[in-house]
Ligand binder design. Structure first.
Ligand code: LMR
Length: 394
């Protein structure tokens, strides 16, 4: 049987992680995988997470199964964090999932069940695992233009023209904030126009929000998701806790399905639980319990929010430093977009050849599409990157 297997395509982000580890250079710089790092290159366990884990260790009296949706308190806490009061709680079905990827996978399985002929529309570019999973599930997909390689902003005209082609019942996947891989984000007024267009077309929105709190703040980053949730009878939202709680390896995420009314919510909840049962039965609990402990305790929550703000402001400072350094070196403002982008990533907008040149000559690792993880920098490596960008002739 196993002789029939053929090698599967490598994920380019994970392949880059391996290449970085194998590079013997002491001064190498990792701007690859989307993991937050502090100025010393460490990915810290957040203070509130440590304290929540201490409490769980002390107080937890059983490891018996939770439920197919995970602990309902987790679903409720995440619903409040992501959706605020944009939609009535009795319209939201929610299940815990193994990370944001688990939520995306379950959402796609749900779409496949409910609308097998729907095309899923993805931004060009998007996180490479989106098309990979869709293809694996044998679903239909299409792309809408998103990034303008000249301005390094949004190709808004192209985006609207492409979404005008959406058919009734098609699904449009949008990044809730901090677009991965570009760092270029839609404004609220643009989103209002896109919502009106999607409504006219009869499209169903699917929001992937994996970086809430990394862009403009917890509430600001949820704005697009809330606008969408408030505007449609149905939408799907996949949220990750990996980045904003720094619990990457705990695999903590949530899938929410917003239904038209409580009756449809009950059916959606039952279906989501069925899908969990088919794929892994009960979702992982530890990370979800940590998140719930933090979000429901005012002191822990305030400390988590404060540390997340420090993280966010640190990334903004690095963006500004890089933009300033490139302004100085090039005597132009053509890299100012780096300060305007938001979230963990910025797409430099250069060729794979240039990316390779920067890697070979300077030991600086970015993804081949020129996505840089800003959090991989520190005050000392920003000038090194700026010089490398200029030397490569970007
Ligand atoms: C990334 O885009 O680098 C992260 O979301 C990690 C991953 O799983 O690809």
């Amino acid at each position: 049987m196993l002789e029939n297997l053929s090698p599967q395509p490598a994920d380019k982000i994970l392949a880059l992680m391996a290449a970085y580890r194998a590079d013997p250079r002491d001064d190498k710089v990792d701007l690859g995988v989307g993991v937050y790092k502090d100025a010393t290159g460490n990915t810290p366990v957040m203070r509130a997470v440590k304290e929540a884990e201490r409490r769980i260790l002390a107080d937890q009296s059983t490891k018996a199964y939770t439920g197919l949706a995970g602990d309902p308190a987790f679903g409720a806490a995440m619903r409040d964090l992501v959706l605020g009061d944009s939609v009535a709680a009795d319209r939201v079905a929610a299940v815990a999932t193994p990370g944001g990827t688990g939520a995306i996978r379950q959402a796609l399985e749900l779409i496949k069940m409910a609308a097998p002929d729907a095309t899923v529309w993805l931004s060009n570019p998007t996180w490479p695992n989106h098309p990979s999973i869709i293809k694996y599930l044998g679903m239909k997909m299409a792309e809408y233009r998103y990034f303008d390689n000249e301005t390094r902003g949004i190709d808004y005209t192209g985006l609207i023209a492409d979404l005008d082609q959406v058919q009734p019942g098609d699904v449009v996947l949008l990044h809730g904030c901090c677009h991965n891989p570009t760092g270029a984000n839609l404004r609220a007024d643009q989103m209002a126009e896109i919502i009106a267009l999607m409504q006219k077309k009869g499209a169903v929105p699917f929001v992937d929000i994996a970086y809430q709190g990394f862009g403009d703040g917890l509430d600001a980053d949820a704005q697009i998701t809330r606008q969408i949730a408030a505007a449609f009878d149905n939408c799907l939202i996949a949220a990750s806790c990996s980045k904003n709680f720094g619990i990457y390896r705990e695999r903590t995420g949530v899938l929410m399905a917003i239904a038209k009314d409580p009756e449809q919510q009950a059916l959606s909840q039952q279906t989501l639980q069925f899908l969990n049962r088919q794929n892994y039965s009960f979702p992982p609990d530890h990370g979800a319990r940590v998140v719930t402990t933090i979000l429901t305790d005012p002191v822990l929550r305030a400390d988590w929010e404060a540390e997340l703000e420090e993280t966010r402001n640190g990334m903004l400072a690095l963006r500004q430093q890089l933009a300033d350094e490139l302004r100085r070196l090039t005597n132009s403002d053509r890299f100012d977009f780096l300060a305007h982008h938001r979230g963990m990533f910025s797409r430099l907008g250069t060729t794979p050849q240039m990316v390779e040149k920067i890697r070979a000559e300077h030991g600086i690792y970015m993804v081949g599409d020129s996505r840089m993880n800003i959090a991989g920098l520190n005050e000392n490596t920003v000038p090194i990157l700026a010089k490398a960008i200029v030397a490569a002739g970007v």
